[in-house]
Design a protein around this ligand. Structure first.
Ligand SMILES: Cc1ncc(COP(=O)(O)O)c(C=O)c1O
Length: 436
């Protein structure tokens, strides 16, 4: 594998970037970004392709699931640009028509089952408001989350995130959380029976935990038990929703009776940051009574909300293509697992949220770096360092998928050679640092 650290003396374009990151941000950001870009930095992007500062290009099957519509989708950028020229910021004293239209459109998009909408700035924000509302509406303290879950890193959301990697040194935050095991269908019923549980929060497909779909029948049982005991059920679809896994909402498509769905990541069309809680009247009741119970200066920002109708239209236009793309991706990944059994032991996931589960964290780390160096950007999994995550945009063409297939095949062969020479396959070394 050929990797080079950035050299500020010879690389005048990128060098200052790494220098500034080292001085003013985390030195590790400079290190990992330097390795991934072989000394170059990201420069411009369009669709599935990113151009680096040294002129090379890479396919983007990563971006932590934000670029479902690729980069700079023209309909989304046009909508955002029009809003930029009209009124990018809200007075917050006057009613804002752009946020109201986005809320109505989003609620209708999920079939009107969840009529209430609250916009946040990022995924963790949506988790925070859902938990707050469930606690306020029930008067109960406890929240159930699932082992392996990832719900964000702000203090409240972090309490629901399972990995000790991100909770170390921060335990004792306000939220009382119990993590239940997806192999235990009776776990939720046991917890809710005591009448202390406000909500159950789960990802129908756990993204950061290795692209792992949770068993639908277990979720069905959990939802029934939670409802029986008066606890709300919230599906966190920040990563798996909006047709990333084929459906607008995985939970609703699977017929799970949820009180709320969380959306984020590609909700702003890959152009602007935005998240949303969509929920029932009952869960939203505390906010209906007092909208200032949970508000933020930039909540429902017009620039972000302007992207919503354009993003949803574009996602729907690409839905059929996404389905056939997912089928082709499945064939490709199965073939890779068969050809590289020393590196790939499973290919979990659903739709366009897929993983290459590798034989060790170092095998996964080596593969991520080799892929980046040879023109395919992917995302590691924050909570499962053996899994390399593949998140192709809905608009990936057959030619681009073939290009990605060839890069993946060569990268896995390179990792295999590295494993043979350095025996990293059995080592539990550090995984590549990941940042969202
Ligand atoms: C399922 C899920 N929920 C919540 C979050 C947190 O989102 P954000 O990083 O935008 O705060 C993530 C981020 O990866 C996620 O995958």
């Amino acid at each position: 594998m050929t990797t080079a650290l950035p050299n500020p003396a010879t690389d005048t374009g990128a060098g200052p970037v790494f220098d500034r990151l080292r001085r003013h941000c985390s030195p590790k950001l400079a290190l990992t970004g330097g390795f991934a870009g072989r000394g170059a930095v990201e420069s411009v992007a369009e669709g599935c392709r990113v151009t680096l500062s040294d002129g090379r290009t890479a396919l983007d099957f990563g971006s932590y699931a934000v670029t479902l519509l690729g980069h700079r989708h023209p309909a989304v950028t046009a909508a955002v640009r029009a809003q930029l020229d009209a009124m990018p910021t809200s007075t917050r004293a006057l009613a804002n028509p752009v946020a109201a239209a986005a809320a109505a459109r989003l609620s209708g998009y999920l079939g009107d089952a969840l009529p209430k909408v609250h916009f946040g700035l990022n995924g963790a924000d949506a988790v925070e408001v859902a938990v707050k509302l469930a606690r306020l509406a029930t008067g109960r303290p406890r929240v159930l989350a699932v082992r392996g879950a990832f719900h964000g890193k702000s203090l409240g959301a972090l309490a629901l995130t399972h990995s000790p990697l991100y909770r170390r040194g921060l335990l004792g935050s306000e939220v009382d959380v119990v993590h239940v095991d997806a192999e235990d269908p009776a776990a939720v019923g046991r917890e809710t029976a005591g009448g202390r549980v406000a909500a159950l929060v789960f990802e129908p497909v756990q993204g950061e935990n290795g692209a792992l779909p949770l068993p639908t029948e277990v979720l069905r049982q959990w939802c029934a038990d939670a409802a029986r005991d008066g606890a709300f059920v919230i599906a966190d679809e920040i990563q798996c929703g909006l047709r990333r896994c084929g459906e607008r909402s995985v939970a609703l498509a699977d017929g799970l009776p949820v009180d709320g769905v969380l959306l984020g990541k590609p909700l702003g069309g890959g152009v602007v940051p935005l998240s949303a809680l969509l929920c029932s009247e009952r869960l939203y009741a505390p906010l209906a009574a007092d909208p200032f119970l949970h508000s933020a200066t930039f909540g429902g920002h017009p620039l972000s909300c302007a992207a919503v109708p354009a993003a949803l239209d574009a996602i729907e236009q690409l839905a059929d293509h996404g389905e056939s793309l997912a089928a082709q991706l499945d064939v490709l990944l199965t073939g890779l697992q068969e050809r590289h059994p020393r590196v790939v032991r499973a290919v979990p996931g659903r739709g366009l949220l897929r993983g290459l589960d590798c034989t060790s964290p170092r095998a996964a780390g080596a593969t991520v770096l080799e892929l980046a160096a040879t023109g395919l950007l992917v995302s590691p999994c924050l909570s499962r360092p053996t899994t390399v995550r593949l998140l192709p945009p809905l608009l990936t063409t057959p030619a681009q998928l073939a290009e990605a297939a060839s890069i993946l095949d060569s990268a896995l062969a390179a990792t295999e050679r590295t494993l043979r020479t350095t025996d990293v396959g059995t080592s539990e070394g550090a995984h590549p640092d990941a940042h969202t």
